[in-house]
Structures are given as C-alpha cells and as structure tokens.
Ligand binder design. Structure first.
Ligand code: ATP
Length: 465
C-alpha cells in the first residue's frame, strides 16, 4: 500500500462539533445529559448511513450470485449464546486504577492507551495517572434483559452482541429455501450491543452500534483461500466504493493470543485514525465452530451434503464483519480537509459522490420569489435522480461553505440572469470552478460532473489527485 497520508491530530474534536452543528450526529438523549457511548443520527447522518448500507448491500448481495440477504431478530433464544460460547467467553479483561484517577481499562488496551498519551507502552501503572492497577478480571460484554413481567432467570435474554448467530441458526432454513449450494454466503445488517469497558473516540467504540456481517460457507480446506479472497474484496470495497485512501488502510493478521474463541485466523482491515491505527473491519475464519456447536446444543443436523461429490461435511465459515458507525467515522476523518481561500478558512469534506449525503444542492441567488419558485421547481425535478437539498438562507458564499462542509459535490445556482438565459451555474466542491449550463441540459450535465467526481474519488483513494 502507498504512502501514508497525513492526519491531523485534532480532527476528531473538529468533527464532533461539525457533526452536531450540521446534523450528522447528536449525543443520545442529550437534554438529559446524554448516555455514554450511545449516539443519535440527524438528517445528514441518516443519509450518510443509508448510503453506506446500500453500497455494502449492493456489493455483497445484489451484485453477486452466491450471497443471500436475511434479517434476524435482536432477541434470540438464550441457548444460542450458551452454544456459541458468548456466555462463557465473550469477555474482555478489565483492570481498575487504584491511584488518583480511578479509571477503568481494558488490560489488552493498556499499551495503546499509554502510547496515545505519549508514555512508554510498557510503563508500569495506569496510563492516565500512573497509579497502581488491580489484577485483570474477566467481564462479559453482553447486555441482559428480561422477557415477560417477572425478572426471573428463566426469562432472561441477551441483546445480541453480533448478528452472526442469526445467520448460523438459519443456515438450514436458507439452504432449504434458496437454490444456493456451498460455497455461498448469508448476509445481514442490524443493531448489535456490547457493554464496552472503555468506549470512546466519538463513535469509534459504542455500546449500541450497527453491524454489517456476512457468513460465507465453504468446503473445509478451501477456507484459507476464501479468507484471502474476502480480505482483498473488502479492502477493495473500502477504497473503490467508499473512496477511503488506500494509504490510510492496512491489513493486519491477528497474533494467536488475539484470536476470538471461535477463530483460527483473523485479519483486520485497519485505518490510520488520528488516535492511531484502529480496526475498521475484521475478516475471520470461524472454521466449523459455530455450526458444530449449534448441532451439538440443538440436536439438529446442520451438515451439508454435496451431491456432486457424495460427501457430507460441516462447512467452514469466512466472516467479514464491519460496523456502519466505524465506517461513518472513517469516511469523515478521511474526507476532512481545511484550506485557506482568500484569507478565509474553508472546511471541505472530500466525500465520494455516492456516499455524500447531498449530491446536488440547489440555491437561488436571493430570496426573491421569482428566483425561489423556479429554483424549488428545479430541485423537485432533480430529486428522482440525485440526492438533493434546497437552501435559500444566508448569503450565497455562506451557503457554498456549508455545502463544502457537508461534502456536497455540486451546487446549482439560479440567479437573475437565469430568468433571461434559462441557464444555471454549476459550482463544484473541490476546485470551486463554475460552469454555466442550460436548464434543459441540467440532468445530463450533473450526471457528467458526478462521473468526473467518481473518477477523481478513485484517483484520490488510490493515491493520486
Ligand atoms: P475489539 O477487540 O476492538 O473490541 P472486536 O475485534 O471484538 O473489537 P469484532 O467482533 O471483530 O470486534 O467486530 C466487527 C466490527 O464491528 C469491527 O470491525 C467494527 O467495525 C465493529 N464494531 C465492533 N465493536 C464496535 C463498537 N463497540 N462500536 C462500534 N463498532 C464496533
């Protein structure tokens, strides 16, 4: 992978305020002081999330012959989590500071936390205050809740910490109701919940978040090959479909000691965040662990019979798993840019035109009705083909700045001349160049310009431009 692109240390703080001000992300239940590591998404945030989900679904499900999509419930029979090993092993090691700050840490994150504070990774004591730490104890990350009116053990259920189990327990259902044969995959997206010990870095580590996961069932012995395939495929998606700069991404194979209880090999696609390299997506070889354990615990047969070779086996599984929120913060960090324009600071999000919440903004030059009525009509006409927004508030310069800040590639301005020449100005985000085009040909001109943006996004992601 190419040269690492520079990152600004304080970009996350800037993004937190931009996200709130522009309607991407709000702290959850903010008027009551919020809830730690839980966030709400505003009008632009929702658009960005939908684009992320749609691009993922398109590449993983729609464009392929060998993957089916499903949607399973958040609440599942509690036996699922006993069988999967989560009740026993979905734990993180927790240590407490006994010094002045009393902070709680994940024992396996201490070195990173010290490095983030410019301290030696192997320094003794608490990363924050240097105080003595307790022995590590295991802490289960699953949230408990109860079904029925009485809080008794029999009715206890868990909020799912991953969507994967919904796909394993439905393996036979999908196999019997679709025309798929191994190798094939089952994909879904949905909320997951983890009672994280040390959440933080804005929306990087949340307690409620959204997962997009795919379980790819393959013949034992072909799993390593498929693992490599899915690592390449997912890396390419982040670069080509999301426009993330390749230079800020790396693939890192887990050490044996890091592997989850179900995995023999996992590679993380990591992004170079301002706070260090962090996991963006995990691609795990889950072997036959899950199907096997569900066979044992449920007594149902989840093996596969290959009619071509007359063999019966339990498929191995390759799982690419990524969080919508993690992609969201990655896109913002990677796109964020500040520059000086005629003595003023301009903030721009260089978002890929297919993920940008608004693709085309329509702006009348003034609030005079003769302009606003026509501009509104143009915006309505464009809605079927582009993600649009209409804005008539404030000066035109300020409106351009706002669109730059939310990553809108194109702005169409309807001015007084437009009444005479039936033409409008298209202004583009990155170079701020403007062209005049007839209203008749506006659709085609916008399509062309977005095409140019796509090419440029590709060049930027691959290290050029
Ligand atoms: P870690 O070891 O950092 O806690 P993990 O390896 O257990 O994470 P996975 O189970 O591999 O995480 O999760 C798959 C993906 O889900 C991650 O790559 C990330 O994109 C997303 N994800 C996991 N946990 C969170 C979280 N708490 N908040 C937001 N996204 C998350």
């Amino acid at each position: 992978m190419g040269q690492q692109a520079p990152v600004q240390a304080d970009v996350v703080e800037k993004l937190v305020s931009l996200c709130k001000q522009r309607g991407f992300v709000y702290p959850s239940s903010e008027i009551y002081g919020g809830l730690n590591a839980v966030y709400d998404f505003g009008p632009l945030g929702v658009r960005l999330r939908r684009n992320i989900r749609e691009r993922w679904w398109r590449r993983i499900v729609d464009l392929r012959d060998d993957v089916e999509g499903i949607e399973t419930a958040i609440l599942m029979n509690p036996q699922v989590w006993v069988a999967s090993g989560h009740v026993q092993s979905f734990t993180d090691p927790l240590v407490d500071c006994t010094g002045t700050c009393r902070k709680r840490w994940r024992a396996d994150h201490l070195a990173d936390e010290r490095r983030a504070r410019d301290k030696p990774a192997d320094a003794p004591g608490c990363p924050e205050c240097g105080g003595a730490l307790t022995e590590a104890r295991q802490f289960n990350l699953m949230f408990k809740t109860f079904i029925g009116p009485v809080e008794e053990d029999a009715a206890q259920v868990w909020l799912r910490p991953e969507t994967a189990q919904g796909m394993f327990v439905n393996f036979a259902n999908v196999l019997n109701s679709s025309r798929q044969r191994v190798p094939f995959g089952v994909a879904q997206m949905g909320k997951g919940f983890r009672n994280e010990i040390s959440p933080g870095n804005f929306i990087f580590r949340l307690r409620e978040f959204e997962l997009m996961e795919m379980e790819f069932f393959c013949k034992p012995g072909t799993d390593r090959e498929w693992h490599e395939y899915w690592c390449r495929e997912r890396l390419s998606w982040h670069v080509d479909d999301m426009g993330v700069r390749e230079a800020n991404l790396r693939l890192r194979a887990h050490e044996k000691s890091e592997l989850s209880h179900y995995s023999t090999a996992t590679s993380d696609i990591e992004y170079h965040f301002p706070f260090g390299w962090g996991e963006l997506e995990g691609v795990a070889d889950r072997t036959d662990y899950d199907l096997k354990t569900h066979m044992e615990h449920s007594g149902r047969d989840l093996s596969y019979f290959d009619v071509q070779t007359n063999e019966r086996y339990i498929p191995y599984v390759i799982e690419p798993a990524v969080g919508v929120d993690r992609i969201f913060i990655t896109l913002l960090v990677d796109a964020y840019d500040e520059e000086e324009v005629r003595g003023e600071r301009r903030v721009v999000l260089h978002l890929h035109p297919d993920v940008a919440p608004v693709q085309v903004a329509v702006l009348p030059l003034s609030k005079k009705a003769e302009l606003t009525e026509r501009a509104r009509r143009i915006e309505h006409d464009l809605r079927g083909n582009f993600a649009t927004e209409y804005d008539e508030t404030q000066s035109i310069g300020r409106r351009y700045r706002r669109q730059d800040e939310i990553g809108t590639p194109l702005a169409v301005t309807f001015d007084f001349d437009s009444l005479e020449d039936h033409a409008v100005t298209i202004r583009e985000r990155d170079g701020m160049t403007q062209v005049r085009v007839p209203i008749d040909g506006l659709h085609a001109a916008l399509r062309d310009q977005l095409g140019t943006f796509r090419t440029r996004a590709g060049q930027r992601a691959h290290g050029g431009g």
